[in-house]
Design a protein around this ligand. Structure first.
Ligand code: ASP
Length: 439
């Protein structure tokens, strides 16, 4: 059954890495549909082609534009000659320059890295080039998922093995429209859904999702399998490898995503699967009760107390109305009998002060206190559902590490426990939880 593969910027960075991409594709008979990013960084200090194109669009005079265009052209020529291709991209490069000179849109200019990269790869592996502008459609500024599905299925089915540039499509007037940065992940998901792929392989430069942030725990374990729901929890808390919108199209179609490493293809990577498929035994998952730990610093807590709050109908509604009026998004709301805490994302001090004044005015609390500098940590995993003792282990590990828990919250789905600690305890707390649940 056909697979859809997406290769990121580091995989497409130079001729050497593109040779790896070729070997991966040609080594797998099922690798029928490929989506590519623009060439990314060859080393840490290098500039991504997309960033060069952004600069190209921002240049205010012809001379400046010519200089940047020369750098972009040199990168593609180096790739072409390194691959031994005689594709001759000169006319494409000249057209991009000419249209930029004529005031082409930002979206058109920044999308050209993907366009050229896809042409190069298609020529190298003998696949058909299918322009994303013909199959990914936007309407009123947002993706027209159904029209895209229809056009992409039809065109890709007809093309057979094909390479599609990531990151863009076109609008109702045929003008190029780009996704937000990192959007080739979304294009890959769209292609996977359109061709009913057996799997969406997302090839990058890491071995998969890590159980915990490697800046806090050195060389943490890789998550072998994660469900879409767990991933949502972990990425909400800041763990990110994929563009957030990339998950939806494939999740909808029940297609698993496999995060792979172009530079270590022997590694199996991370599989992202539907929880239902895990439950019915389609996939087997061994190991710990938790799948991952993620967190974010700098939340604000507003602690509110009011005598007999418990009996006052509409108290919480009024509180939430105040947040709504001040456009403050609520993250968590743990409650006691006569207390409630609002955990919110950091917002402007002025907005915060106005909201607190409004709460005092409308809710008449006995006490209202604000504390800044709270870190939220989510311990996530379906494995903890119906298993006794997970919360106790979380609390025990934090207590042993001398970390005070300011708040604790367990979702009714029993797949996450969220604790709030002081910012200063954040790293220590995460390391302690990793030790408790992983090693
Ligand atoms: N090249 C684009 C970027 O750098 C899109 C992508 O790589 O996904 O954001």
């Amino acid at each position: 059954m056909a697979k859809a593969l997406k290769f990121g910027g580091t995989s497409m960075a130079n001729a050497q890495s593109i040779m790896r991409v070729r070997d991966i594709i040609l080594g797998d008979r099922d690798a029928e549909y490929v989506v590519v990013s623009a060439p990314g960084k060859r080393e840490k200090t290098d500039t991504k082609v997309t960033d060069l194109l952004i600069r190209l669009h921002g240049e205010t005079n012809s001379r400046g534009r010519r200089e940047v265009m020369d750098v972009i052209a040199a990168r593609f020529r180096e790739i072409e000659s390194g691959l031994g291709l005689s594709l001759d991209l000169s006319s494409d490069l000249e057209e991009i320059f000419r249209r930029t000179e004529e005031g082409a849109s930002y979206d058109y200019v920044v999308s050209r890295g993907e366009y050229l990269a896809a042409k190069v790869l298609a020529a190298l592996i003998g696949y058909k080039f299918v322009d994303a502008a013909d199959i990914i459609k936007f309407r009123g500024g947002t993706l027209d998922a159904e029209e895209t599905q229809r056009l992409a299925s039809e065109a890709l089915d007809k093309a057979g093995r094909a390479v599609v540039p990531g990151f863009y499509g076109s609008d109702e007037n045929g003008r190029i429209k780009a996704f937000s940065r990192g959007g080739s992940d979304v294009s890959g998901a769209i292609v996977a859904r359109a061709v009913h792929a057996s799997v969406y392989e997302n090839w990058t430069d890491v071995n998969g999702f890590m159980v915990v942030d490697p800046r806090i725990v050195k060389n943490p374990e890789i998550i072998r399998m994660v469900t879409y729901r767990e991933l949502r929890e972990l990425s909400y808390m800041g763990a990110s490898v994929l563009h957030p919108e990339a998950v939806f199209p494939v999740n909808l179609a029940g297609i698993p995503i496999n995060i792979r490493n172009t530079f270590a293809p022997e590694e199996k990577g991370t599989m992202i699967v539907n929880y239902e498929d895990l439950l019915c035994g389609k996939y087997e998952r061994k190991g710990s009760v938790i799948t991952g730990i993620a967190g974010k610093k700098d939340f604000v807590g507003i602690f509110i107390e009011k005598q007999m709050m418990n009996n006052e109908i509409g108290f919480c509604k009024t509180l939430l109305d105040v947040l709504y009026d001040h456009k403050i998004s609520l993250e968590h709301m743990p409650t006691g009998i006569d207390t409630v805490t609002l955990v919110i994302d950091p917002t402007d001090d002025e907005v915060l002060a106005e909201a607190i004044a409004d709460i005092k005015d409308k809710c008449d609390p006995t006490t209202i206190e604000m504390s800044k500098g709270l870190a939220l940590i989510a311990v996530v995993g379906h494995g903890m559902s119906r298993v006794k003792g997970t919360a106790s282990r979380v609390c025990g590990a934090l207590s042993d590490a001398d970390v005070n828990i300011r708040m604790i919250d367990q979702g009714s789905s029993e797949m996450n426990i969220i604790v709030a600690v002081e910012n200063a305890d954040y790293e220590k707390a995460i390391a302690a939880l990793y030790r408790e649940f992983v090693h």
